[in-house]
Design a protein around this ligand. Structure first.
Ligand code: ATP
Ligand code: MG
Length: 220
């Protein structure tokens, strides 16, 4: 057995007996884990609230939108109703839309016109953002949506395409049990302040910088 030392004794009768005695390290490990379990159990017992959460997944690293889509899969596994609004991006050939977007219980909208450096047209970007926001605002007012994903919404706030107060007010006053996930780089301080859970994904390395083009199944 791992973590145990096997001692071999010569018994008085001349035979050989083997017994397993935990090593000092195993004993210390068991004691440390017992203390840790008591702390974890106490923390779990103390967490009694149940309410809709606002999550923000931001930062320059890869994994923001895919994290949100992972939560879509989880929610669907629980039979929950999910709304997804993809701002900014215009492509409708992604694996997430092809698979998750056609699951029963999902309403999926791609509302973008492309990246700001593609459109190069602030007025057009604002008009597109507002059209997407109408859909998002409807979902945020509808308690039948258990989870709403607002993919790349952060840019609409950081570029000032949408009125931050209007967006934050809709998020703050959404149905009490509704979960919302907002993704995108450079989340504003006000959005982070309002959120319950915030993850900042760091950009340590990305294959794109080594010349690898976007890969289906990984990047789209
Ligand atoms: P994903 O959709 O893969 O979770 P993301 O939502 O974190 O990525 P976005 O800023 O929305 O990141 O960019 C989406 C696309 O750009 C994906 O194809 C992703 O692989 C790629 N990407 C993300 N981060 C980087 C990066 N730091 N450098 C280059 N490409 C990136
Ligand atoms: Mg993204």
């Amino acid at each position: 057995m791992r973590g145990c030392v096997n001692f071999v004794h010569l018994s008085t009768g001349g035979g050989v007996s083997t017994e397993s005695v935990p090593s000092d390290r195993s004993v210390r490990h068991a004691a440390r884990m017992a203390r840790k379990k008591a702390l974890v159990d106490a923390a779990i017992a103390a967490a009694r609230d149940e309410r809709g959460l606002l999550l923000v997944i931001t930062g320059n690293g890869k994994g923001k939108s895919t994290s949100a889509f992972g939560m879509v899969a989880r929610a669907l596994g629980h039979g929950m109703k999910v709304g997804v609004v993809q701002f900014i991006k215009s492509r409708t050939d992604t694996g997430e839309e092809a698979f998750l977007g056609r699951q029963p219980g999902v309403e999926w909208h791609v509302t973008g016109d492309g990246f700001t450096w593609d459109t190069q047209n602030r007025e057009q970007d604002i008009a597109t953002a507002e059209r997407g926001w109408v859909i998002a605002a409807r979902m945020l007012a509808d308690p039948s949506f258990n989870l709403v994903v607002l993919d790349e919404l952060t840019y609409l706030l950081s570029y000032g395409y949408l009125d931050s107060d209007v967006v934050l007010d809709a998020l703050a006053h959404r149905p009490a049990m509704q979960h919302v996930v907002v993704t995108g780089r450079a989340a504003t301080d006000a959005l982070i302040e309002l959120a319950d859970t915030v993850s900042v994904i760091a950009d340590e390395k990305h294959a794109f910088r080594a010349g690898v083009k976007a890969q289906p199944g990984i990047d789209l």
